[in-house]
Design a protein around this ligand. Structure first.
Ligand code: URA
Length: 432
C-alpha cells in the first residue's frame, strides 16, 4: 500500500477501506508516514468528508494506536459523559454523585486541562487532600463498592489522536466534522466506556458556534458510537452565556453542592437532569427518559446524592465535612461587585469573554505551567432575560488581588443591557 494512492483516492472523493485507514493511522503514529503526506490526507478529508463507515474505522484505528483501559472488573454498565466544553460547566461534578446514588458506576479518568477554569480534577482539589493517585485495583474496588471514583490518566491512550490533533492545529484542518468526531470518540472508547452521553455545546462560548454545526457533530458522534457497539446519545445545549452562576474552581464545587441539595441554578439543574436521564437509560435502569428523571429527582430529594458526594470525597482523601459545610472550602480574600450602570434587560453575556475574565483572576491556566488559584472566580448574579436596575450587581468577583480594574472592564464590556432580552433555549435537541 502507498500513502500517495490513499491521498489521491480521498482527494477524488472515494471511500477509503478499513485497511487503508489503518495503514495511515499506524504509519503516522509510528513515524513512517511523514507530516506532509498526513497533512495532505487530512485536507482531502476536510474537503471530501467521510462516510459513517470510514468515520467508525478511523475512530477504531485511533483507539488501537495505544492502550485501552480495561474496566471489565467493574460491575454494571459504565456510562461516560463528555462535554465539548464551555464556561462554568459544573455538570460532571453534579452528575457523578447523582448517577452513583442510583447504583450506576461512575468510573472516570481525569487530567489537568487548560482553560477558563481548571478541569474536574482541579475543581475537586478544592477539597484539601483530594487525590487521584490510586492504583487500578483500588479504583476498581472503590467503584464496585461505592459506585464512584476518579483516577489519574494512565497509559498511552490514543497516541494517533495526539499526533494528528497537533498536525490539524497547524494545517487548518481542526474544524472537520469527521476528524473532530473521531478524535473525541476514540478517547472515550479507549477510556473504557460501554455507553456514552455527549453534551455538544453551541453558541459564543462553544467550540461549535452554530446550532447547525453542533447538530452535525452530535449526529456524527452518535452514529460512530452506535456503529462501534457503544450505545451513544447526545444533546445539543446552549453555551451562548455561561452555564449556572459560578465560574471558578471552589465556587463551582459550592454550586455543585447546592445543585445536589436541589437549590442549584435552574439551567444547570435542567442540563444535569437531561444528561443524567440519558445516562440512566443507557445504563439500563429504565427505558423511559421521564422515569429516569424521576429517579434522579428522587436521589436529590432524599439527600442520597449529596451523601454520595461526601463518600466520594472521603474515599479520595478529602474531608467529607466540607460537603456539609461548604464555607470551609477555599475562599478568596476580597469580593468586588460589578454593577449595572443603566436600567433594562440583560440581552447578552458573552460566554467566552467572561471565561477569559475568570482566567485573568487566576481561576484557569493559559499554559501547562500556570498555577491555579482555587478560591477565585466569578459569580453571575444576572443572566440573559433578567431585569436590572441601576446599581444592581451583575457579577461578584472573588479575588485575591486588590486591583481588578481590568477584569471589571472586561465584564462590563461583555454584558449588554438593552430594552429587550430573552433567556436562550437551554436544550436545542436530544439525539439518540
Ligand atoms: N476536541 C477533541 O478532543 N478533538 C477535536 O478534534 C476537537 C475538540
Amino acid at each position: 500500500m502507498r500513502m500517495v494512492d490513499i491521498i489521491e483516492k480521498k482527494r477524488n472523493g472515494f471511500e477509503l477501506t478499513k485497511e487503508e485507514i489503518k495503514f495511515f493511522i499506524d504509519g503516522y503514529t509510528a513515524g513512517t508516514i511523514p507530516d506532509y503526506q498526513a497533512s495532505a490526507l487530512l485536507m482531502a478529508i476536510y474537503f471530501q468528508d467521510m462516510t459513517d463507515e470510514e468515520r467508525a474505522d478511523l475512530t477504531l484505528a485511533m483507539v488501537d494506536s495505544g492502550d485501552v483501559i480495561d474496566l471489565s472488573g467493574i460491575e454494571g454498565v459504565k456510562v461516560d459523559k463528555h462535554s465539548t466544553g464551555g464556561v462554568g460547566d459544573t455538570t460532571t461534578l453534579v452528575l457523578a454523585p447523582l448517577i452513583a446514588a442510583l447504583d450506576i458506576p461512575f468510573a472516570k479518568m481525569s487530567g489537568r486541562g487548560l482553560g477558563h477554569t481548571g478541569g474536574t480534577l482541579d475543581k475537586l482539589e478544592s477539597f484539601d487532600g483530594f487525590h487521584i493517585e490510586i492504583s487500578d485495583e483500588e479504583f476498581i474496588n472503590i467503584v464496585n463498592q461505592d459506585k464512584i471514583a476518579v483516577i489519574g490518566q494512565s497509559g498511552n491512550l490514543t497516541p494517533a489522536d495526539k499526533k494528528i490533533y497537533a498536525l490539524r492545529d497547524v494545517t487548518g484542518t481542526v474544524s472537520s466534522i469527521p476528524l473532530i468526531a473521531g478524535s473525541i470518540m476514540s478517547k472515550k472508547i479507549a477510556a473504557g466506556a460501554d455507553a456514552i452521553v455527549l453534551d455538544v455545546k453551541t453558541g459564543a462560548g462553544a467550540f461549535m458556534k452554530t446550532e447547525e454545526d453542533a447538530e452535525k457533530l452530535a449526529e456524527a458522534m452518535v452514529r460512530i458510537g452506535n456503529l462501534v457497539g457503544r450505545k451513544t446519545m447526545a444533546i445539543i445545549s446552549d453555551m451562548s452565556q455561561p452555564l449556572g452562576a459560578a465560574i471558578g474552581n471552589s465556587l463551582e464545587i459550592k454550586e455543585a453542592i447546592d445543585t445536589l441539595k436541589g437549590n442549584g441554578p435552574e439551567d444547570l439543574t435542567e442540563l444535569v437532569l437531561t444528561l443524567g436521564s440519558q445516562m440512566v437509560v443507557l445504563a439500563g435502569k429504565t427505558d423511559s427518559l421521564d422515569e429516569a428523571r424521576k429517579m434522579l429527582l428522587g436521589v436529590i430529594e432524599d439527600g442520597s446524592a449529596l451523601e454520595k458526594f461526601a463518600v466520594f470525597v472521603k474515599n479520595q482523601g478529602g474531608n467529607p465535612e466540607w460537603v456539609k459545610n461548604p464555607e470551609l472550602l477555599p475562599a478568596a480574600q476580597y469580593t468586588v461587585e460589578v454593577t449595572a450602570d443603566k436600567e433594562g434587560i440583560v440581552s447578552e453575556i458573552v460566554a467566552d469573554a467572561i471565561g477569559v475574565a475568570a482566567m485573568k483572576l487566576g481561576a484557569g491556566r493559559a499554559t501547562k505551567e500556570d498555577e491555579i488559584d482555587l478560591a477565585v472566580g466569578l459569580v453571575l448574579n444576572k443572566k440573559i432575560g433578567d431585569n436590572v436596575k441601576v446599581g444592581d450587581s451583575l457579577v461578584t468577583i472573588h479575588t485575591n488581588k486588590k486591583d481588578v480594574a481590568e477584569v471589571e472592564a472586561m465584564i462590563k464590556d461583555n454584558i449588554q443591557i438593552g430594552d429587550t432580552g430573552k433567556a436562550p433555549k437551554l436544550i436545542y435537541k436530544q439525539i439518540s
